[in-house]
Design a protein around this ligand. Structure first.
Ligand code: DAK
Length: 276
């Protein structure tokens, strides 16, 4: 693949959008390659994905404006579908996906981060939906996911004004879970760059997720996603079924036996594994 790389660290997969010259903007090829990268993840081994952009400056500066500029209505629709299919693939991916947002997350960049389960960003991150300034609406789910993630009023304000916001504001409104700063020594010199600190934090969180019972983690993702799409009466039934589904798994047996046996050593030794 030309614009997407995939590496594995223990049980965590790292997918990097690598088109730095265009600030990792999403063209059709990047969308296709991202789809291939997610399809290639070995779900028997990998328990969490970290999605990031190459370089220090930009996570994803949006859909590729050059490619979009000459699209016909039909081509625009097809491009939108390609992006939406990919973003739904990420959103419903069986294991958690953490967006490590290193810099610009504009338009399609903000949208792809919102299709991930969790967003962590570097202190230089900038989020925004600038589409109305370009004569279009957000087209990769921005009107829907931003309104659900923050609030309808805040989403409308950001989308109608096309105003970009910095990391601290994104944190304040609940768009990101955490902001990671560069590490600086007493002399004020940067000892760990914001990007390196961000990746360390994202990988630490991913490793924590990967150390938990994988069937339970997957079922939690599905319960939250599916439950949010229906009313509470139906949502609670979804949770009941996914809760029940954990029983008789080796993870559930080992996890509960460790607690009941009060065997700290054994508890430490437990390595839950997917048994279905
Ligand atoms: N597309 C293509 N190239 C981009 C790009 C983008 N979104 N963003 C940056 N680049 C390219 C620049 O053209 C430049 O290329 P060269 O000139 O060097 O060849 C290179 O990246 C470096 O950018 P700058 O020189 O502009 O760098 P600066 O530091 O000065 O500025 C910036 C950084 C992020 C503020 C600026 O590049 C910028 O404003 N970029 C555009 C941000 C933006 O508006 N993004 C939202 C795009 S709209 C839909 C489907 C999808 C969408 C909508 C509808 N349907 C089909 C319904 C999604 C829409 C969007 O995402």
């Amino acid at each position: 693949m030309e614009f997407v790389t995939y590496e594995v660290k223990d049980r965590v997969g790292i997918i990097t959008i690598s088109r730095e010259k265009a600030l990792n903007a999403l063209n059709s090829q990047v969308l296709d390659e991202l789809g291939e990268a997610f399809d290639a993840v070995d779900l028997n081994e990998i328990r969490c994905i970290v999605l990031t952009g190459a370089g220090e400056k930009s996570f994803v500066a949006g859909a590729d404006i050059g490619e979009m500029s000459s699209l016909t209505k039909a081509e625009g629709e097809a491009f939108g579908k390609k992006g939406n299919d990919l973003f739904r693939k990420i959103e419903t991916f069986p294991i958690p996906v953490i967006a490590a947002v290193n810099g610009f997350a504009l338009g399609g960049g903000c949208e792809i981060s919102m299709s991930c389960d969790i967003r962590i960003c570097s202190e230089n991150a900038v989020f925004g939906q600038p589409e109305v300034g370009l004569g279009i609406t957000p087209g990769f789910g921005g009107t829907q996911r931003l309104a659900r993630l923050v609030s309808p009023g805040m989403a409308k304000q950001l989308i109608y004004t096309a105003r970009n916001i910095k990391a601290d504001e994104a944190y304040r409104i609940g768009l990101v879970n955490k902001v990671v700063k560069a590490e600086v020594n007493e002399a004020g010199e940067v000892t760990v760059s914001a990007k390196d600190a961000l990746m360390a934090e994202a990988l630490k969180m991913a490793a924590g997720i990967a150390s938990n019972a994988p069937i339970a983690v997957r079922n939690c993702k599905k319960a939250i996603n599916d439950g949010l799409a229906v009313d509470m009466d139906k949502a609670i039934v979804i949770e009941e079924k996914l809760f029940g589904d954990c029983f008789e798994t080796e993870d559930q047996k080992a996890g509960m036996a460790n607690f009941l046996e009060k065997d700290k050593e054994k508890k430490l030794k437990v390595v839950p594994f997917a048994n279905k």
